[in-house]
Design a protein around this ligand. Structure first.
Ligand SMILES: C[S@@+](CC[C@H](N)C(=O)[O-])C[C@H]1O[C@@H](n2cnc3c(N)ncnc32)[C@H](O)[C@@H]1O
Length: 217
């Protein structure tokens, strides 16, 4: 596994990450999504991609048979491990979302929270290939991420030749980071998932979107 600007940024941000969930204007949407994720994958073996500090793991674990949650950064996994999962079956694994080669089992459902927006457009197929290789035929996938909302989202600073967009993000130590962050439309998502998935459904809240699909059998 090799570090990138993105992985280094999130390692450095680990201790301040959860403040993103305190934004007052996002609270109503968050309650809706928390309730939905609690019900996702009930009774199933669930894979969570790029779990970060375990914010969504705490909801996913409530009804799943088990949650295996991966992230590249040990700094965030250490925080995720400290949450209370009420002795439910939650396993944290340090792994790269583009390979998932630390996992030797297959899962019945997958949750991808706030990771899709950091996947360069030219690496979407590579990520989906790695993810789907770890899922059983017909498995359900939920992908959740941010919508761009003026005044709430960090503005886009520039874009590259491939169409990827970037934000300049500060951390508490005063450092600035150019972070790839993409805000796809529902049509973009449907098109990006069309080759590998059936019954793609995209729901838009004010601040977030949720794409649900089943992988092709
Ligand atoms: C926006 S955060 C999302 C965290 C968590 N899912 C949440 O919603 O609170 C993105 C996460 O991706 C992780 N990450 C970055 N590059 C990765 C990679 N190549 N493989 C796995 N995780 C990666 C970061 O460490 C970070 O925890």
């Amino acid at each position: 596994m090799s570090a990138t600007e993105l992985t280094r940024y999130y390692a450095q941000r680990a201790q301040e990450y959860d403040r993103i969930y305190d934004k007052p204007e996002r609270q109503q949407d968050l309650r809706v999504l928390e309730q939905q994720t609690t019900q996702f994958g009930a009774g199933q073996k669930l894979l969570e991609i790029a779990c970060g500090t375990g914010y969504w793991t705490q909801f996913l674990s409530q009804q799943a048979k088990s949650v295996t949650a991966i992230d590249y950064n040990q700094e965030v996994l250490d925080i995720a491990c400290q949450r209370d999962y009420a002795n439910r079956s939650v396993y944290f694994v340090r792994d790269d979302a583009y390979t998932l080669n630390q996992l030797d089992e297959q899962f019945e459902a997958a949750f991808v929270g706030f990771w899709w927006s950091h996947v360069p457009l030219q690496r979407i197929a590579e990520f989906l290939h790695a993810l789907h290789a770890k899922l059983k035929p017909g498995a359900t996938v939920w992908i959740m991420d941010n919508r761009y909302v003026e005044g709430s989202s960090t503005p886009i600073s520039h874009s590259d030749d491939a169409g990827n967009t970037y934000q300049t993000r500060p951390l508490d130590d005063g450092s600035q980071h150019e972070i790839l962050k993409i805000f796809p439309s529902s049509a973009d998502l449907e098109q990006q998932l069309s080759g590998v998935a059936s019954s793609v459904k995209v729901t838009e809240l004010t601040y977030f979107w949720l794409a649900e699909y089943q992988i092709n059998q």
